[in-house]
Unconditional design. Structure first.
Length: 294
């Protein structure tokens, strides 16, 4: 909850700053709504963006043009990631791991626009920036009960016998960048499509990164549930028994990524204000139409 309050405060600050910046730049700020899909690339899904296992995502951002070419933008994105070895490459299916995690993200970026949309009515664009995101991987055990994975230390994180295995943080930084195409429906409203990626600096979005640790030590330190969820090959044909200490579980040299793809609706803030002012005048019985001739 503390993280979500921080994200909300950042968004409100961006809104306030954007409105103030209008007088300085001469360009109208706008609000952008994003809706689409998100996916991840990591140890349980080595492929890039695919629609088959994508999940719904939603975003809200403020855009403030700085010049004809550049626009500052800041916003929030929320969604969910999930993957399972049963959809993975054949030689990894017997590992039988799976995960789910929510993603809550706040970002700030600079956007470059190729064309003058006021003249061409459409323009491609690129953007890049920095973000902070929160995740918390979990899965279902063999009886269908939900378990968060980080506290279980499935790769020995935080256990005294493995001092080099440090617990991973659930709030991390990432580098967002993407591209899109925007079309002007009117002077106040643009619609478009956008695809973006997040380069993270963690290999633990899926709780899978490096090597299996000694079963007995993990059992003594974190209990039977940690052992059960660290290796689940013994529940599928050909999976075998719990691997020996040091046997590869993931690929620690490759960080995880996540992706967004969807549609955008961009609305100038002035038009929203005018709409509400219009509602207010109608409520008072005012009319902007010319009086009828006598």
């Amino acid at each position: 909850m503390r993280y979500l309050r921080t994200v909300a405060m950042l968004f409100l600050f961006a809104w306030h700053t954007s409105v103030q910046a209008q007088d300085e730049t001469g360009f109208d700020p706008s609000i952008t709504i994003f809706t689409g899909l998100m996916n991840y690339q990591g140890d349980l899904n080595p492929n890039s963006f695919s629609i088959a296992h994508s999940k719904f995502a939603f975003g809200l951002s403020i855009r403030q043009p700085l010049s004809r070419w550049f626009t500052a933008r800041a916003g929030i994105q929320i969604g969910r990631l999930e993957a399972a070895d049963r959809y993975n490459r054949d030689y990894l299916k017997t590992r039988n791991l799976s995960f789910f995690t929510p993603i809550h993200e706040a970002y700030a970026a600079l956007e470059f626009t190729f064309l003058d949309i006021s003249k061409s009515r459409f323009t491609p664009y690129l953007y890049g920036g920095i973000s902070v995101f929160h995740f918390n991987p979990w899965t279902y055990d063999n009886s269908g009960e939900k378990w968060f994975l980080q506290p279980l230390s499935t790769e020995g994180q935080g256990i005294e016998d493995f001092p080099s295995h440090r617990p991973y943080k659930l709030t991390q930084f990432a580098l967002p960048f993407g591209m899109g195409l925007r079309y002007a429906v009117s002077n106040d409203i643009n619609i478009g499509v956008e695809f973006s990626q997040r380069k993270t600096f963690t290999d633990h979005l899926d709780d899978v990164s490096s090597f299996y640790v000694d079963r007995e030590i993990l059992l003594a330190a974190r209990g039977e549930k940690a052992v059960e969820l660290a290796f689940r090959g013994n529940t599928v044909p050909g999976g075998g028994n719990y691997p020996a200490h040091g046997e590869q579980r993931g690929t620690p040299t490759e960080m995880d990524w996540y992706y967004y793809g969807g549609i955008t609706i961009d609305i100038k803030l002035n038009s929203i204000g005018n709409m509400f002012r219009g509602i207010g005048t109608r409520d008072k019985g005012y009319s902007q139409r010319c009086p009828r001739p006598l």
